[in-house]
Design a protein. Structure first.
Length: 107
């Protein structure tokens, strides 16, 4: 796989399974491919992923797939699974601001 790839989020469409997010990935001038990543409706309704976070969850999954298999065929589709949603939760918890642990001051 090329050192630098350009990944462009192209939007989403609603399907019977959930939301299908489209990505256009350019590996070089001569090599570009399109991929889709679907987030199941249940993931949104159970609040395991928000509509705002879904494109980032999908792009993270696609990057992982491309790193593992750089020659993925154009048109390949993926489904976000429980592991992806659990990883999102861990990342979100790590990004929360740290609160100091000390005595509460009276105000």
């Amino acid at each position: 796989m090329a050192e630098t790839i350009l990944m462009e989020y192209m939007g989403f469409k609603s399907t019977a399974e959930g939301r299908e997010y489209a990505f256009h990935v350019r590996f070089s001038r001569e090599d570009s491919r399109d991929y889709t990543v679907t987030v199941a409706t249940e993931a949104f309704s159970s609040r395991r992923v928000s509509y705002q976070d879904a494109p980032n969850v999908c792009s993270s999954r696609l990057k992982r797939e491309l790193t593992a298999t750089p020659d993925l065929v154009d048109g390949t589709s993926f489904l976000i699974d429980a592991q992806d949603m659990d990883e999102l939760k861990v990342r979100q918890m790590a990004e929360l601001p740290k609160r100091p642990h000390g005595p509460k001051l009276p105000y």
